[in-house]
Design a protein around this ligand. Structure first.
Ligand SMILES: CCC/C=C/C(=O)SCCNC(=O)CCNC(=O)[C@H](O)C(C)(C)COP(=O)([O-])OP(=O)([O-])OC[C@H]1O[C@@H](n2cnc3c(N)ncnc32)[C@H](O)[C@@H]1OP(=O)([O-])[O-]
Length: 719
C-alpha cells in the first residue's frame, strides 16, 4: 500500500495509498519500508520523495489498529531508517500531515507543504502522545515552548504557520509533488547530517524548570482528569533534558501507560462515534446514504432573542444569505447590533472578513417568502410557535423546510399544525448557538428523510456535531438530564450540600457540577417547566407526602429557592452566593446550609453522611438508565448518538467517552446491581428502576458497546 516509482531519472517517489486518509496501517508501513529499501539500493536514485495519494499526505497511525494486537513493521524503526538514509528524503505534504503522518515527515530530511495543508500532532485528543519520535523531534526542531503548545493541545497549524515555526522548509501553491521532486533534485548530494533532527540538541531555553512548571499547572487545570496532556508535557521535558535515545525510552514508557489506559479507549471511541453519528438512520428505515439533502442557499431566522442571534451568526458564518426577522423594531435594532458584533469578533478570530452583508434584517415575516429553510427561534411557547408556523406555511414558497429551535416542545404537534408536516424538523441548538458544538436534529414520525438529511447537512456545514434523534419530551440530552438533576436534589434532602455534589461531579470531570450549572443557567428555567407540569405547589406542607407529587418522589427545593427570588448568578443568589448579580464566582452560602437544615427538620428528614461514590452512582446511573430507555424506545439510533450528545453539549468528560461508554466500562452488571440497590432504598423514585433493556443486555452476557446495536435488534425481534 505504498507505490514506488522513479521520476526524472533519479528521484524515487513513494506514494502512500490507503484511502481515505492514507493512515499508516501495517500494510502501508511495510510498503514504505520496502520502497525505501528499493530507493536506497538503486544506484540511479539520488534522492527520494514521500507523498500521499488523493491530495492527502497522511492522517497518522491507523487508529482502528489500536484496538487489536498491533502487528507488522513498527513505526519508530521505519522513521529511523528514513532519517538515517544516505540520500535526501523529502516529504511532499498535501492535505493533512497529522500524528504519525507528521512524525514520518519529521523523519524526512526536508518538508515541502502545499499552502492549504494542515499539520499537527493531535495524539493527545486520542489519549496518546506523539510516540513515534514526535515528542522528541518536534522540540528539537521548533523549540520547547512551541512544541509544548502543539503537542499538549493537538491543534492543527496551517502551512503558513508551519513555515513560520520552522516545521516545513517551503510552501507552494502549485503541485506539491512536482515542487518536492524539483527540490529533491536540487539537494541531491548535499550533506545530510544537519538535516537529521534527532541528532540536534534542543534549542536552549532560559528558565526551563519555570516554563515546565507553568505549563504543567495550566495543563492540569484544563485537563480535568485527562492523563494524556500531562504525559505530553513529561515527554517534551525528556526531549529538553535528556539525550535523544533516553528521551525515546521515556516516550515509550509514557506511551505504554497511556496506550492501555481506559482514557485512550474512551477518546478513540469518541473519535469514531463523532463520525458514526453522521451515518444517521430513522426507525422508518430512512438512512443518511439513501436520503438526499436539498440545497440551502438562503435561510431565515424568526425571533432574535439570545438563541435566534446565535443561530443567525452560525448560519451567516457558513456563507449563507440569512433573513433575520424580529417583529419589534427596538429588539430588531438591538439584535442587529449584537449580531454584527458577534460576526466581527468571530471574523477577527478566524482572520477573515465578517459576513455582515450576508444578513438582511426585517420586521416583516413576508420577507422570508423565497428562502429554502427557516429556523424559528421564538419564545418557548407552543401556542406562539404554532402561530408562527401557520404564518410561515402561508408565506413561504412550496417546499421550504420549517425548523423549530426548541429544547422541549413537541415537534410532531407543531408539524401537525402545518399543511406539510413532512417539511418540519426540530433543530435544538445550545446556547450560545454560534459557539456550542452540539445540534440535536429532531424528527417526528412525519418528517421526511429529505428534511432530516437537509438539517443534518446544514448542521455539518455550521461545524456542529449534529445528531438525529426522535421526538420525545426533552429529546435525548434534556430527557437524560432530568433524573440526574432530580437525584442531586434528593441527595440534598438526604444530607448532602451543593458543594459536596458539585465537587464529586467536577472531580469526575464535568466542568461544572449540577448546582453551579443550575446557578449559571438560571433556576427559574426549570421552575417554569415544573409549574407548567403542575408540579409546583405553594405553601409549607411538611412530611413525606408533601414530597410525593403525581405519584412519585418530588423535591420542591428548587421551587423554594425561586420563591425566595434566588434565580442563580443573575440575582446574585442561588445554590451559592455571588458578590453581585451577574458575577460568576460561586461562594458557599451559610444561608443555604441553614435553609437545608430547616427544610430537613420540617420534613422529618435526618441528614446522613453521603460520599462522592454515592453522588456519582445516584446521579450518573440515573442518567445512564434513562439512556437505556431512550435506546429501547428507538429515540437514539445507538449508544454513540447519546455519547456524542453528552460529550459535545453537556460537559461529559471526553476522556470518559460519554455516559453509555462509561456504563460499558464500569460493567453493565455493576450498573444494574447499583440501580437495583438504590431502587430498593427509594422505591418511590421511578427513574432508579432499571430499564428493561439494561436487564436484557446483562441477561444476554453484557455485550461490548459496539455490539449493542445488534443485541438491541435481536432483543426487539424476540419481543
Ligand atoms: C503509534 C505512535 C504514535 C502515532 C499516533 C497517531 O498517529 S494517532 C492518529 C493521529 N491522527 C489523527 O488524529 C488524525 C485523525 N483524522 C482526522 O483528523 C481527519 O480524519 C482528517 C483531518 C485526516 C480528515 O478529515 P475529513 O473530515 O476529511 O475525514 P473524516 O474525519 O470524516 O475521516 C474520513 C474517514 O477516515 C477515517 N480516519 C481518519 N483518520 C484515521 C486514522 N488516523 N486512522 C484510521 N481511520 C481514520 C475516519 O474514521 C473516517 O472513516 P469513516 O467514518 O468514513 O468510516
Amino acid at each position: 500500500m505504498a507505490e514506488y516509482n522513479r521520476v526524472s531519472e533519479c528521484v524515487g517517489v513513494i506514494t502512500l495509498r490507503n484511502p481515505p486518509v492514507n493512515a499508516l496501517s501495517a500494510a502501508v508501513r511495510q510498503g514504505i519500508v520496502d520502497a525505501v529499501q528499493r530507493a536506497l539500493s538503486d544506484p540511479n536514485v539520488k534522492s527520494v520523495v514521500i507523498c500521499g495519494q488523493n491530495g492527502i499526505f497522511c492522517g497518522g497511525a491507523d487508529i482502528k489498529e489500536f484496538g487489536s494486537n498491533m502487528t507488522g513493521h513498527p513505526l519508530i524503526p521505519m522513521i529511523h531508517a528514513i532519517e538515517s538514509a544516505n540520500k535526501p528524503v523529502v516529504a511532499a505534504i498535501e492535505g493533512s500531515a497529522l500524528g504519525g503522518g507528521l512524525e514520518l515527515a519529521l523523519g524526512c530530511h526536508y518538508r515541502i507543504a502545499h499552502s492549504k495543508a494542515r499539520l499537527g500532532l493531535p495524539e493527545v485528543s486520542l489519549g496518546l502522545l506523539p510516540a513515534a519520535g514526535g515528542s522528541q523531534r518536534l522540540p528539537r526542531l521548533i523549540g520547547v515552548p512551541a512544541a509544548l503548545n502543539l503537542i499538549t493541545t493537538g491543534r492543527h497549524v496551517t502551512a503558513a504557520e508551519a513555515l513560520q515555526l520552522g516545521i516545513v522548509d517551503q510552501v507552494t501553491d502549485h503541485n506539491t509533488v512536482d515542487a518536492a521532486v524539483k527540490f529533491a533534485l536540487s539537494v541531491a548530494g548535499r550533506s545530510l547530517d544537519p538535516r537529521r533532527i534527532s541528532t540536534h540538541p534542543c534549542p536552549q531555553q532560559p528558565d526551563l524548570d519555570a516554563l515546565f512548571e507553568e505549563v504543567m499547572q495550566k495543563v492540569r487545570q484544563s485537563a480535568r482528569g485527562a492523563i494524556a496532556p500531562i504525559a505530553c508535557v513529561q515527554a517534551v521535558r525528556a526531549a529538553a533534558t535528556l539525550p535523544y535515545a533516553q528521551g525515546m525510552e521515556r516516550e515509550r514508557e509514557l506511551m505504554a501507560t497511556l496506550f492501555t489506559s481506559g482514557q485512550a479507549r474512551a477518546l478513540q471511541y469518541c473519535f469514531f462515534a463523532e463520525r458514526a453519528v453522521g451515518r444517521w438512520r430513522m426507525p422508518s428505515g430512512a438512512r443518511w446514504d439513501t436520503s438526499k439533502s436539498r440545497p440551502v442557499h438562503k435561510a431565515a431566522v424568526i425571533g432574535l432573542g439570545t438563541m435566534g442571534r446565535g443561530i443567525t451568526v452560525a448560519l451567516a458564518q457558513t456563507g449563507l444569505s440569512v433573513i433575520a426577522v424580529e417583529t419589534q423594531e427596538k429588539q430588531l435594532m438591538e439584535a442587529k447590533q449584537a449580531i454584527s458584533g458577534m460576526l466581527e469578533r468571530g471574523a477577527k478570530r478566524r482572520g477573515v472578513a465578517p459576513a455582515l452583508d450576508g444578513v438582511i434584517y426585517s420586521q416583516n415575516i413576508q420577507a422570508v417568502a423565497d428562502v429554502d429553510l427557516v429556523i424559528e427561534a421564538v419564545f418557548e411557547d407552543i401556542a406562539l410557535k404554532t402561530k408562527v408556523f401557520q404564518q410561515l406555511s402561508a408565506v413561504c414558497k412550496p417546499g421550504t423546510l420549517l425548523c423549530t429551535n426548541t429544547s422541549a416542545l413537541d415537534v410532531d404537534q407543531l408539524a401537525s399544525e402545518t399543511p406539510n408536516p413532512e417539511l418540519v424538523v426540530g433543530m435544538h441548538f445550545f446556547a450560545p448557538a454560534h459557539v456550542m458544538k452540539l445540534l440535536e436534529v429532531v424528527y417526528g414520525p412525519r418528517s421526511s428523510p429529505q428534511a432530516v438529511a437537509t438539517a443534518m447537512q446544514l448542521g455539518k456545514k455550521m461545524g456542529k456535531a449534529s445528531v438525529a434523534v426522535g421526538n420525545c419530551r426533552g429529546f435525548v440530552g434534556n430527557r437524560m438530564l432530568k433524573p440526574y438533576i432530580e437525584e442531586a436534589f434528593f441527595l440534598l434532602e438526604e444530607g448532602a450540600t451543593p458543594e459536596l455534589v458539585d465537587q464529586a461531579l467536577e472531580e469526575f470531570g464535568f466542568p461544572m457540577g449540577v448546582f453551579r450549572m443550575s446557578d449559571l443557567s438560571g433556576l427559574d428555567v426549570g421552575w417554569r417547566v415544573r409549574k407548567g407540569d403542575g408540579l409546583v405547589e405553594p405553601g409549607t406542607a411538611s412530611g413525606r407526602f408533601a414530597r410525593i407529587r403525581q405519584g412519585r418522589r418530588y423535591s420542591p427545593l428548587g421551587d423554594l429557592l425561586c420563591e425566595e427570588g434566588r434565580f442563580g448568578q443573575k440575582t446574585g443568589r442561588g445554590w451559592y452566593q455571588y458578590d453581585k448579580p451577574g458575577s460568576r464566582v460561586a461562594r458557599s452560602d451559610p444561608w443555604l446550609h441553614s435553609f437545608l437544615g430547616a427544610y430537613r427538620a420540617q420534613h422529618g428528614l435526618v441528614a446522613r453522611r453521603i460520599d462522592h461514590q454515592e453522588v456519582l452512582e445516584r446521579c450518573l446511573y440515573a442518567l445512564i438508565n434513562e439512556g437505556f430507555h431512550i435506546l429501547d424506545d428507538g429515540i437514539a439510533a445507538g449508544p454513540e448518538d447519546i455519547d456524542v450528545i453528552y460529550v459535545s453539549g453537556y460537559g461529559w468528560p471526553r476522556h470518559r467517552g460519554g455516559p453509555m461508554f462509561y456504563a460499558n466500562m464500569v460493567g453493565l452488571a455493576k450498573v444494574l446491581e447499583r440501580l437495583e440497590h438504590y431502587q430498593q432504598l427509594h422505591p418511590e423514585v421511578p427513574h432508579l428502576q432499571p430499564s428493561s433493556l439494561l436487564r436484557r443486555l446483562v441477561a444476554s452476557g453484557s455485550p461490548p458497546i459496539h455490539k449493542w446495536g445488534e443485541a438491541i435488534k435481536k432483543l426487539h425481534s424476540q419481543l
